[in-house]
Design a binder for this molecule. Structure first.
Ligand code: HEC
Ligand code: HEC
Length: 339
């Protein structure tokens, strides 16, 4: 067993004694160590390929790749063009422009906690993070894997980084796996809610605490936005965008019975990810909460789990206060791109 493998195994456990943490990626048990789950996510299962364990070297390499416009056709677009750290890795726009000038028709989702999702994209059409990343790289960034690999190989800093992370040169496979390792390490937890759930009764405001009770009870939100990731990883029609002339069928493209259904988005970091819904049609969190609490938008395929909960304006405010308590305490520093 290599040291890296051993570290990964040790660091994958949440409740290990602090003694072990010092060995994880050479960092102390600081918030945001990519090899450890943050507070609140110890019971969630990170999906990691058996033959490609998460290591600090892969994470650090992937972080550079994520911010590097060399991955694109024009040399101008990086993954971080549409997934910006200051917006919890979304882009604050309804729709973003691809490297080839074409417009997206769905809103850019957060990258936090994507390593926990068995299916990706709003309609779940990708069944692994690696497949999703290759599609995003070639589609959104217009990347030509062989050309990009050759470009990166000519950069001394990358050559060494690929060698130490994978024992291989940059190529389509190692570039995708590097990006996947970065995203698997990008986790949001240790929020006011998590600290409150762990016993710190002063972590959440009174309004947020009431909002949490509504969320779990009368407002019926947790039926779909299940703890600890605040998603059931399933697809529901909430009626969003269904009034359009030719509505986006979402999951309905692969499953006839799921017309207009989209993946339940995580609500961690949601205060930072406006605008909301798969079509970015709603500007504020309060409005998004109101829409959901009224049972979504009417259409023939609406999920029966959504109904008007008849909440007061104060109760909506409390739900918003609760959702604001789901922003994590992790810090993020942009990488230096090898020149
Ligand atoms: C031009 C904007 C843009 C760029 C550049 C971009 N993305 Fe995205 N990303 C999106 C949009 C829009 C979606 C949602 C698409 C959908 O659901 O159909 C998305 C979805 C994703 C998802 C799925 C998340 C989930 O919750 O299902 C991942 C993972 C992802 N992108 C990673 C990347 C990576 C890695 C790169 C760089 C190789 C990248 N993206 C570049 C706009 C972009
Ligand atoms: C039937 C399952 C279901 C229930 C119940 C539900 N949601 Fe959702 N929620 C979803 C789905 C699916 C979406 C995405 C819809 C879309 O974009 O088409 C969503 C989207 C959201 C969004 C927007 C997030 C984003 O990143 O764009 C917020 C905020 C939200 N829900 C809050 C709530 C609240 C608060 C409640 C309780 C009042 C609730 N939801 C109840 C399934 C559900």
């Amino acid at each position: 067993m290599t040291t890296n493998r051993l570290e990964t195994l040790l660091c994958a456990g949440a409740m290990l004694p602090v003694l072990f943490f010092a060995g994880c990626s050479g960092e102390a048990a600081a918030a945001g160590n990519p090899l450890q789950p943050p507070l609140g996510l110890a019971d969630a299962k990170l999906i990691v390929p058996a033959d490609d364990p998460l290591t600090a070297a892969k994470y650090e390499l992937g972080k550079q790749l994520f911010f590097d416009p060399r991955l694109s056709e024009t040399g101008k677009t990086s993954c971080s063009s549409c997934h910006l750290p200051e917006h919890a890795f979304t882009d604050a726009q309804q729709f973003s422009k691809k490297d080839n000038g074409g417009m997206n028709t769905r809103n850019s989702p957060t990258m936090y906690n994507v390593g926990y999702l068995p299916e990706l994209y709003w309609d779940g059409r990708k069944k692994s993070l690696e497949d999703n990343i290759l599609a995003a790289w070639t589609g959104q960034c217009g990347g030509k894997p062989d050309d990009v690999a050759a470009k990166l190989e000519a950069v001394a800093g990358y050559k060494t980084a690929f060698e130490s992370a994978f024992g291989q040169k940059p190529n389509e496979d190692t570039i995708v796996r590097g990006l996947a390792a970065f995203l698997r390490g990008l986790r949001s937890g240790d929020s006011a809610y998590d600290r409150s759930a762990a016993g710190d009764k002063s972590a959440m405001s009174e309004a947020a605490q009431k909002g949490f009770e509504l969320f779990m009870g009368k407002a019926g939100c947790q039926v779909c936005h299940q703890v600890p990731l605040f998603t059931d990883k399933l697809y529901h029609n909430a009626g969003i965008g269904m009034a359009a002339e030719s509505p986006d069928l979402g999951r309905g493209k692969e499953d006839e019975s799921k017309k207009g259904a989209f993946k339940t988005p995580t609500l961690r970091e949601v205060a930072k990810t406006a605008p909301y819904f798969h079509d970015g049609s709603v500007k504020t969190l309060r409005e998004a909460v109101e829409t959901m609490a009224k049972g979504g938008l009417d259409n023939p395929n609406k999920d029966p789990l959504l109904m008007n909960r008849n909440l007061s304006s104060e109760e909506i405010d409390q739900l918003v206060a609760f959702l604001e308590s789901l922003s994590g305490n992790q810090t993020f520093e942009k990488p230096k791109i090898p020149q």
